[in-house]
Design a protein around this ligand. Structure first.
Ligand code: S3P
Length: 440
């Protein structure tokens, strides 16, 4: 996993055309490994995302004795499930790399095991808050040690007896919800969470796909411990969070007409489409269908004049990973865009409010960070030097910004793009972006 200074150099202008397919959904790919490993029987996965984050999850389960064949070049995996009680103690630390999803969801799952594990992360993950999972898991009876600041490495002690609790989540986080539900598989009685706003529901959907009963009543999600998971087939759709870069790119680049195929349309993930449409984007959803319990569509994007908007707060959790590139859309729009209620962006792979504001300012845009959001005045992106702070989505957002810029953009620290979007540069070139790399 190299995090050396891979740089992107993006030439200004151009347009995006043709048909593309972006890689598999990251959230669904993680969960396919976790639930497939803990199921009884053989789970076949297709469309698995071979990004570093999901490969960390895959490797962790291999280290705990699960036989997993693949992934093949086109993302096929065969997981020989060991059952909920079938994992074996790893003889090394579980390395979670850059992946908050792996670390937080696994905290829940590992709390229910009979053995101890130690989970480590890279420099970004080592700064991210884990108390949001360790505190409620401790209420269930889990024993997890973190640093004094509540950051990784985490040591999860096995052999605890877990009890179901009810937990009212203080923040809208699918990772916290999922950690508790996954611990709940091992707990006595019912585990339930309420969420302050809807968050992605892939864990609930996939548990049901594996034959486990999960109740959703309004904002309350619950399950009973002591059941079992039965192997199934999982077809992972393309990641809407990866598609978002191209939705924005084709919207801002005049003359674009791009088809993005087979994109996951789970309603807890489609905030980016709603926000772009409010800004005046021309997005057409075609061939809507259901694939393995998740809605999927092809998205046709044609360039459009965008307007600045006040982003409705209820859309924030439904577009949480797409804000870096939405800020690029706002920079190319007419007028002001105001985001509020998005303080969670400050604790992602980087502080996405500050890092985007710095980068946009370096490219000639007025971007004013606020404690829980940002105010962006649409204008003309110039060009310039920016750093992604090793955040994959920041790197790709500034690559897309090149389409609306007047001179080249040089982006530092782009190697982490491989955590979520292997092949980004090649695919972006094919679609029409003038992007090259150096410094590998
Ligand atoms: C994810 C949930 C989100 C998201 C992350 C993936 C998941 O995090 O930002 O990229 O797969 O559950 P939060 O739930 O912490 O907002």
């Amino acid at each position: 996993m190299s995090h050396q200074n891979l740089r992107f150099l993006v030439q200004p202008g151009g347009k995006l055309t043709g048909r593309i397919r972006v890689p598999g959904d990251k959230s669904i790919s993680h969960r396919s490994i976790m639930l497939g490993s803990l199921a009884e029987g053989i789970t076949q996965v297709s469309g698995f995302l071979q990004g570093e984050d999901c490969l960390c999850t895959l490797q962790a389960f291999r280290t705990m004795g699960v036989q997993i064949e693949g992934p093949s070049e086109d993302g096929n995996l065969t997981i020989h499930g060991v059952g909920l009680r079938g994992l074996t103690a790893p003889d090394t630390d579980l390395e979670m790399g850059n992946s908050g999803t792996s670390m937080r969801l696994m905290s829940g799952l590992m709390s229910g095991q009979t053995f101890d594990v130690r989970m480590t992360g890279d420099s970004s993950l080592s700064k991210r808050p884990m108390k949001r999972v360790t505190v409620p898991l401790a209420l269930m009876g889990a024993r997890i040690d973190a640093t004094e600041q509540g950051t990784p490495p985490l040591e999860v002690h096995g052999g605890s007896t877990l009890k179901g609790i009810h937990y009212a989540m203080p923040m809208a986080s699918a990772q916290v919800k999922s950690a508790l539900l996954l611990a709940g598989l091992y707990a006595e009685g019912e585990t339930s969470v309420t969420e302050p706003a809807p968050t992605r529901d892939h864990t609930e959907r996939m548990l049901r796909g594996f034959g486990y009963t999960v109740h959703t009543e309004g904002n309350r999600i619950s399950l009973e411990g002591g059941g079992k998971l039965t192997a199934t087939a999982i077809d992972v759709p393309s990641d809407i969070s990866s598609a978002a870069f191209f939705m924005v790119g084709a919207s801002i680049a005049e003359g674009s007409d791009l088809m993005i195929e087979h994109v996951g349309m789970n309603p807890t993930r489609t905030g980016v489409i709603d926000i772009l449409r409010l800004m005046g984007a021309n997005l057409e959803l075609l061939n809507l269908r259901e694939v393995g319990g998740e809605p999927v569509a092809d998205i046709r994007v044609r360039s459009a004049k965008l307007q600045g908007i006040r982003i409705p707060e209820e859309l924030v959790p439904l577009a949480i990973d797409e804000f870096p590139v939405l800020f690029v859309a706002a920079s190319c729009a007419t007028g002001e865009t105001v985001l509020t209620g998005a303080e969670e962006l400050r604790v992602k792979e980087s502080d996405r409010i500050q890092v985007m504001a710095d980068g946009l300012q370096a490219c000639g845009i007025q971007a004013q960070p606020t404690p829980d959001g940002i105010i962006i005045q649409g204008g003309q992106l110039s060009g310039g030097h920016v750093t992604s702070h090793n955040d994959h989505r920041i790197a790709m957002s500034f690559a897309i910004a090149g389409l609306g810029a007047t001179s080249p953009i040089l982006i530092h620290d782009c190697a982490t793009v491989n955590t979520s979007f292997p092949g980004f540069v090649t695919l972006a070139q094919q679609a029409g972006l003038g992007i090259t790399t150096d410094g590998e």
